[in-house]
Design a protein around this ligand. Structure first.
Ligand code: AMP
Length: 217
């Protein structure tokens, strides 16, 4: 299952819920890159330059990272992708990798919201660097200020969530990632559109409904 949508639309939050409900593995490329950066690996440091500027990390780096990750996951469990693919080159590479593993993309869920909603949301966003849970200090604050509800790790405001970088990330989304919607519309995967500007539970229910609707008989 692929979650597509602009930064701040709620892919992270919905991905965690979907993985919990359906017992799916998650591949969250932003989290993989942030872990590599925290560990100080060469890849992490190289990727930092792109991430902090709101640009995309080169396709070949991302494709290799996702291929390795997919191969290490149990193949009897579904996978929810958050943040990958982000370009047509990545989507094409993913098709090839999945085919090689005898797997395929079932659902593409496009979460949608206007730019002003996204910018406002990102300003209040606080993420858990450990488990990937995302909170919003205005709409969905953690129970204890500054701490993750799940594992009590200190929450962080990402450097690339600063306003100038957010504007660039939105431009990059519209230019390079949005064309993936047409790419998947032309493929065998089913594509559904869900408004992402509602409360977390409402978006989750809407996502669940489309998954149920598209489930094979
Ligand atoms: P995210 O947490 O998904 O918003 O990703 C944060 C940053 O990581 C992005 O702005 C990119 O710089 C980088 N990144 C994450 N996923 C990808 C990807 N699939 N392709 C290229 N860059 C990525």
């Amino acid at each position: 299952m692929i979650l597509l949508g602009p930064p701040g639309v709620g892919k992270g939050t919905q991905g965690v819920l979907l993985a919990d409900v359906h017992g799916l593995s998650r591949i969250v490329t932003g989290d993989l890159l942030r872990s590599a950066r925290a560990e100080g690996t060469e890849l992490g440091l190289e990727a930092s330059r792109y991430m902090d500027a709101g640009e995309l990390v080169p396709d070949d780096v991302m494709n290799a990272m996702v291929e390795e990750c997919l191969e290490s996951l149990p193949d009897d469990r579904g996978v929810v992708f958050d943040g990958f693919p982000r370009t047509v080159v990545q989507a094409t590479a993913l098709q090839g990798t999945l085919e090689g593993l005898g797997r395929s993309i079932e659902h593409v869920i496009v979460l949608e919201a206007d730019n002003d909603v996204l910018v406002r949301r990102i300003a209040g966003r606080r993420s858990c660097p450990e488990c990937g849970c995302v909170f919003n200090i205005y709409s969905t604050p953690p129970e204890q200020e500054g701490l993750c509800d799940r594992d009590q790790s200190p929450l962080v405001h990402r450097v690339d969530d600063e306003p100038d970088t957010v504007r660039r990330r939105l431009e990059v989304y519209h230019e390079l990632t949005e064309p993936l919607i047409a790419f998947y519309e032309a493929s065998d995967a089913s594509v559904s559109y869900v408004p992402g500007d509602k409360a977390v539970e409402d978006v989750h229910s809407a996502v669940q409904s489309v998954i149920l609707l598209m489930a094979p008989e």
